[in-house]
Write a protein that binds this ligand. Structure first.
Ligand code: GUN
Length: 293
């Protein structure tokens, strides 16, 4: 079997085009464009890259984005004061505090300060709590797992009754992805560093989400033939044969998985582009809510 490749770039472009059309319609009605405020604390190079990508994508979609930077020495009160000011700003519809925060800052307290109507990352404890409750809906769903579910549904993968395995239990991806799959009536197993018989558990999955951050950990014989495999990992692996000295690879051994899986996302070009597209979509939703539609 050769897996059907899920092209995250193409799907993300469709989502971004729809977002841009929504923004254009809003502006044509005389409204301010949606506004996204980002808060970056400290000097984490990866976070700086991610935030800059989010700003560029906003600009392309017609969303106004405002970047706020605080030094790593910022106090809890300073970070939360910034969030409180953004809560009050009518031109800001979405607030994103880039994680991780520097050591010593309490991220839960900061995330709780964000007004839930502006919580476009979906990390406010209330939004996460609603995600975990049957019959309740969060105002916003975290972008990466939202993108994972979008790709699965868009590819026509049946989730109802499926056996799903989520590798990784992070706050940003693994846990919310598992909660979303439960909402779709999948039967979900969450695996992590202490899980026994990991390979055997993965090999029973109709849907396998890999989000552990370990390069090519999931081998071909970890995959049930025909399974849908979504690779959330983005790992740097040394590669002297290329000029920059490294290549990006996922948590899944792509070549091996290609021979076994039914559906597979590449890295790069799979889940990554979806994260930003879903954030933009959440920001437009936040603006629509603020405008009463
Ligand atoms: N750090 C890694 N991914 C994310 C994300 O989706 N949102 C925020 N705020 N921080 C992150």
């Amino acid at each position: 079997m050769t897996a059907k490749i899920i092209d995250g770039r193409a799907v993300a472009k469709e989502v971004r085009d729809a977002v841009a059309a929504d923004v254009a319609a809003m502006v044509a009605e005389g409204k301010n464009p949606p506004g996204l405020a980002t808060v970056l604390v400290g000097e984490n190079p990866a976070s700086e890259v991610y935030v800059s990508m989010k700003h560029k994508a906003c600009e392309k979609a017609g969303i106004k984005s405002i970047g706020h930077v605080l030094p790593a020495t910022a106090t809890q009160e300073e970070v939360e004061k910034m969030v409180e000011d953004l809560n009050e700003d009518p031109e800001v519809h979405g607030i994103l505090v880039q994680l991780p925060l520097p050591d010593g800052l309490d991220d839960e307290s900061v995330l709780r300060t964000i007004s839930i109507e502006k919580d476009v990352d979906g990390f406010h404890p209330l939004n996460i709590g609603r995600l975990a409750q049957k019959g309740r809906e969060p105002m916003f769903v975290p972008a990466t797992p939202d993108g994972v579910l979008y790709l699965l549904k868009n590819a026509g993968v049946v989730l109802e009754g499926a056996d799903a395995v989520v590798l990784g239990r992070s706050f940003i991806v693994g846990m919310p992805a598992a909660l979303l799959l439960i909402k779709e009536n999948a039967t979900v197993t969450i695996c992590h560093s202490r899980t026994k018989n990991l390979k055997e558990k993965c090999a029973e999955a109709d849907v396998l989400i890999a989000a552990v951050g370990r390069a090519e950990m999931v081998k071909g014989d970890w995959i049930k033939p025909g399974a849908a495999v979504i690779d959330v990992g983005t790992n740097r692996v040394d590669d002297p044969s290329v000029e920059r000295g490294y290549r990006l690879t996922g948590d899944v051994d792509y070549k091996e998985a290609l021979e076994v899986a039914g559906y597979l996302t590449p890295v790069p070009g799979g889940v990554g582009p979806m994260t930003i597209a879903m954030l933009l979509r959440n920001t437009v939703r936040a603006a629509k809510l603020a405008y009463g539609n």
